[in-house]
Design a protein around this ligand. Structure first.
Ligand code: FAD
Ligand code: NAP
Length: 249
């Protein structure tokens, strides 16, 4: 179940938000999947899921995490340094992947990613591969955080905006301070008011859109309601729809 990983790089985005790059033998995975990291303390194993941020062709596992106050594992992860070891699952798992999105006529032209906080990670993994760029005419990433300092991988995201000016739209929703160019609403509110669609210049519809939503469960619940009110349905294997979700807690 567990293999040893070794931290080979870390990035501190803020005093709470960090990335760890871990050298480990991980089986081939699909972008959007997650591994588990774990430690044994007082004979008790603590294990938590973390989405992979890197594309599958990289020889390491990279995660983006926030140190949750009073959390059991994440504050410990934040204190790992280069050379430190951590238990990791050798196989990634999870269903919030592009494989789960219907292909062909029901696919739609536009791929929307809605993420709060660390949940931008799995979408970065997908965007770092050819598949979404080849399958969709337009890709929108709506990335919601409390403050500008909570944004991670912004340089990488802005590089895609420059590389794909007619194809990739980045919509930042910063809720607890003003940031030029960003919206100041929570994601579900921005969907209901139409602010997000106006900002990116695209309309969400069952015909044209696939929407993947990841992160805070409250955001996911409310965003789903907003999308259902626009005529979208959950994407089920027995009945393809347009909404695919992964809750982080
Ligand atoms: C499929 C899946 C993928 C995940 N991927 C990531 C990831 O890539 N990065 C990541 O940081 N976490 C991710 N998580 C959450 C992660 O597994 C842990 O729950 C988190 O690190 C807190 O663990 P803890 O032991 O420190 O806190 P716990 O003692 O388990 O406390 C959990 C509480 O912390 C809060 N919380 C948990 N995760 C987050 C988060 N990401 N952002 C904000 N608040 C949170 C919630 O209030 C939750 O009830 C994922 C969870 C799932 C189910
Ligand atoms: N980020 C920090 O500066 C910070 C500092 C100290 C500790 N932490 C720890 O980190 C954890 C996670 O913080 P985080 O900021 O990464 O994640 P978060 O609390 O999930 O917030 C990320 C974004 O999601 C929005 N959001 C929260 N609940 C929502 C809901 N029900 N519906 C729609 N949108 C919602 C937030 O808006 P709102 O701003 O309106 O809530 C924010 O824009 C906290 O539990 C805390 O333990 C974070």
């Amino acid at each position: 179940m567990w293999t040893k990983g070794c931290v080979i790089e870390r990035i501190d985005w803020s005093d709470k938000l960090f990335s760890l790059r871990i050298k480990a033998e991980i089986a081939p995975f699909i972008p959007g999947q997650f591994i588990k990291l774990s430690q044994v303390r007082d004979d008790k194993r603590i294990a938590r899921a973390y989405s992979l941020v890197n594309s599958p062709d990289k020889p390491y596992a990279e995660i983006l995490a926030v140190a949750v106050e009073e959390g059991q594992l994440s504050p410990t992860l934040q204190h790992l340094n280069i050379g430190d070891e951590i238990d990791i699952t050798p196989t990634a798992t999870g269903f919030m992947t592009l494989d789960e999105i219907p292909k062909g006529e029901t696919q739609g032209k536009h791929l929307w990613f809605l993420a709060t906080g660390t949940a931008v990670g799995p979408f970065l993994s997908m965007l770092d591969t050819d598949e979404p760029w080849q399958r969709f005419e337009k890709i929108v990433l709506v990335y919601g955080v409390r403050e500008a300092k909570d944004l991670a991988y912004l340089d990488k995201l802005r590089a895609w905006v420059i590389q794909y000016p007619d194809k990739f739209m980045l919509c930042l929703c910063i809720t607890r301070e003003a940031m030029p160019g960003a919206l100041s609403c929570r994601i579900p509110d921005g969907l209901v008011s139409g602010e997000i669609e106006r900002k990116v210049g695209l309309t969400i519809s069952a015909k044209d859109s696939q929407v993947m939503i990841c992160g805070n469960p409250g955001m996911i619940g409310d965003a789903q309601i907003a999308l259902i009110n626009k005529g979208l349905t959950k994407n089920l294997r027995r009945e393809p729809g347009q909404i695919t979700v992964e809750k982080y807690w």
